[in-house]
Design a protein around this ligand. Structure first.
Ligand SMILES: Cc1cc2nc3c(=O)[nH]c(=O)nc-3n(C[C@H](O)[C@H](O)[C@H](O)COP(=O)(O)OP(=O)(O)OC[C@H]3O[C@@H](n4cnc5c(N)ncnc54)[C@H](O)[C@@H]3O)c2cc1C
Ligand SMILES: *[C@@H]1O[C@H](CO)[C@@H](O)[C@H](O)[C@H]1NC(C)=O
Ligand SMILES: *[C@@H]1O[C@H](CO)[C@@H](O)[C@H](O)[C@H]1NC(C)=O
Ligand SMILES: *[C@@H]1O[C@H](CO)[C@@H](O)[C@H](O)[C@H]1NC(C)=O
Ligand SMILES: *[C@@H]1O[C@H](CO)[C@@H](O)[C@H](O)[C@H]1NC(C)=O
Ligand SMILES: *[C@@H]1O[C@H](CO)[C@@H](O)[C@H](O)[C@H]1NC(C)=O
Length: 489
């Protein structure tokens, strides 16, 4: 049945919209009238129900009273939040997102869903063992004491503090090429050495910096994107880090899902689209049911990483294509493996042998398994894999297997032995992250060009590539974006 649901705050020009939508629909092979797509009208269509998209959908619909449709390819909301629930005990473990930075407004968003929160306690008693996962050899690396590391982070914050508004909460104020601080464009290892901040490197790397792979060689401004101001505040006690008190981080996104109800199209992606200055027309397919829905919306918010694959059905103009194609990414994966050979008191951490005895600035090259870390549940260990631009989920699993076998054969586990097949209790493809471009592209005005895309053809962009790689920082970015999106509605 063809059903048209009107949920617009103001009349959309239907005479233009309907023939347009049907001409899109005409391209699809419908057997009979019962297969005709539903057509829905919304003020704002949002693609991607992770941190940036789910937050924006709630705020736009519930607080700004505009209608939304949220298109999410998975069957749940929450993106990189991955909460594992132990079927036997009901205990949870977050193997994706660990905690939320207490950015202004962040706790209110939990409060509106009646989710109680508490400071995140990382009371791990495990002993870190540094191992070169490529060879299985122990690395006799002695990091600086934690007080030395934290004071280096405090000093780091002082150094970077003047530049915050250039990158946060987005690139709105990114300097013109001649005004970009020199420090932004040098490799991060050089930056840390220049300012005498080498002692802070291990904690930057182990917390979030490792997402960019070999952190020493990445351009400083992108290392700052992967750690930056609020993480430095978090580690020095100037900003809180919190989590829900029970149920894991997924409880927030489950509450959002309940709130948004039928306004979310799950297991769905955009398969075709037309974007114009007066609205957008999206053909959306549910990959489980094959049901097609035509969404006609006055505005579009894209809340997914703008990789080639993700944007190929978004009717990009040549300028949009060539701008977004400049981004390169890391690909991240996280999972839980179940095996009794691990020592629960050991945090197995991958570093190259050259880190011994105290070189804080050498890291593995991606793709790599970053670590095996005990979860506190049964024999489950969390595995983090940092891939390069092309690493697939299968390759990430194969690499985990290879590292595991190397450690097993080298006697790094409780029992040593020959190869054993890893059993995966969970596995998540977080996909492309840490969007970055070359120094020459930054100097050629890349971020100014990128932000020219904002608002063009009724389309706005949020998510990691347009802002930062943290949940609540993206919410803050959305806060600034929403009034721009809704202007004129
Ligand atoms: C292992 C790991 C740990 C992390 N820990 C923390 C942490 O402790 N604290 C923190 O603040 N941040 C953390 N982050 C980073 C944080 O999760 C990300 O910055 C944030 O999720 C990015 O939000 P986003 O909206 O851009 O993308 P996502 O949250 O990934 O959301 C994108 C959504 O879009 C969907 N999607 C993708 N492609 C399509 C498509 N083509 N069509 C429709 N839907 C699509 C995805 O399924 C997903 O739901 C962590 C990230 C990783 C990988
Ligand atoms: C939160 O609790 C208040 C007070 O009990 C209630 O009125 C409200 O509906 C609850 N909100 C949600 C989202 O559960
Ligand atoms: C978050 O920050 C606010 C404002 O600074 C503060 O009142 C609140 O206690 C903090 N909460 C947590 C959990 O860190
Ligand atoms: C497990 O690791 C801890 C901490 O490194 C160590 O003290 C203990 O001896 C290890 N146990 C076994 C069985 O190897
Ligand atoms: C990581 O980058 C640094 C700085 O460029 C380099 O010296 C080091 O060899 C790299 N690490 C590996 C494992 O290649
Ligand atoms: C990614 O890593 C794989 C495996 O090491 C390698 O074969 C491939 O060339 C790398 N891709 C890029 C773009 O660097």
């Amino acid at each position: 049945m063809l059903s048209v649901s009107w949920k617009l705050s103001r009349q959309f020009p239907p005479l233009v919209a309907i023939p347009f939508a049907l001409s899109l629909g005409a391209a699809l092979p419908f057997a009979d009238a019962n297969d005709l797509p539903d057509i829905i009208y919304r003020d704002v269509a949002v693609i991607g129900g992770g941190a940036s998209g789910a937050y924006a959908a709630v705020r736009i619909r519930d607080d700004f009273h505009k209608s939304v449709a949220l298109i999410e390819k998975q069957n749940i909301l929450g993106g990189m939040v991955d909460t594992y629930v132990d079927q036997k005990t009901g205990k949870t473990f977050d193997y994706g997102v660990q905690s939320f930075l207490n950015v202004s407004g962040a706790t209110d968003f939990f409060a509106r869903f009646n989710i109680s929160i508490g400071s995140s306690s990382s009371s791990s008693s495990s002993v870190t063992e540094y191992i070169d996962f490529r060879t299985g050899s122990k690395v006799d690396f002695e990091p600086p004491s934690s007080s030395k590391q934290i004071s280096a982070i405090a000093k780091f914050l002082e150094v970077i503090e003047p530049w915050e508004s250039m990158l946060f909460p987005g690139y709105w104020n990114f300097p013109e090429p001649s005004d970009i601080p020199d420090d932004f464009l040098i490799p991060f290892g050089e930056f840390l050495t220049k300012h005498g901040l080498e002692d802070g490197a291990p904690i930057i790397y182990a917390s979030t910096g490792l997402g960019v792979g070999n952190m020493s060689e990445v351009t400083t401004m992108f290392a700052l994107q992967s750690f930056g101001w609020d993480m430095a505040r978090g580690l020095t006690g100037k900003m809180g880090l919190f989590t829900p008190t029970s149920g894991g981080n997924q409880v927030l996104y489950d509450a959002i899902a309940k709130d948004l109800g039928d306004d979310v199209l799950y297991s769905s992606t955009v398969i075709d689209s037309r974007r114009t200055d007066f609205g957008v027309f999206l053909t959306v397919r549910n990959h489980k049911t094959n049901k097609v829905t035509l969404i006609i919306a006055r505005r579009l918010l894209v809340a997914i990483e703008p990789t080639k694959d993700n944007v190929k059905t978004l009717d990009l103009s040549p300028v949009e294509s060539s701008t977004l194609a400049k981004f390169t990414y890391s690909n991240e994966f996280a999972g839980l493996v179940d095996n009794p050979v691990f020592n629960e008191s050991t945090y197995y951490f991958n570093l190259p042998s050259s880190a011994a005895p105290d070189n804080t600035l050498v890291y593995q090259e991606d793709p790599m398994v970053a670590s095996f870390q005990y979860t506190g549940l049964e024999n489950l260990f969390r595995v983090m894999v940092i891939g390069n631009t092309t690493t697939t989920a299968d390759e990430a699993k194969a690499l985990s297997q290879e590292s595991f076998n190397t450690l097993l054969k080298s006697g790094r586990f409780i029992t040593s032995g020959q190869e054993q097949e890893l059993s995966w209790a969970a596995f998540a493809t977080h996909g492309a992250m840490h969007a970055r471009v070359t120094v020459d592209q930054v100097k050629a005005g890349f971020f100014q060009d990128l932000y020219k895309l904002q608002g063009a053809r009724s389309t706005w962009w949020t998510g990691g590539a347009f802002s930062a790689n943290f949940q609540t920082q993206l919410w803050k970015f959305d806060e600034g974006l929403i009034p721009k999106i809704l202007k004129g509605l």
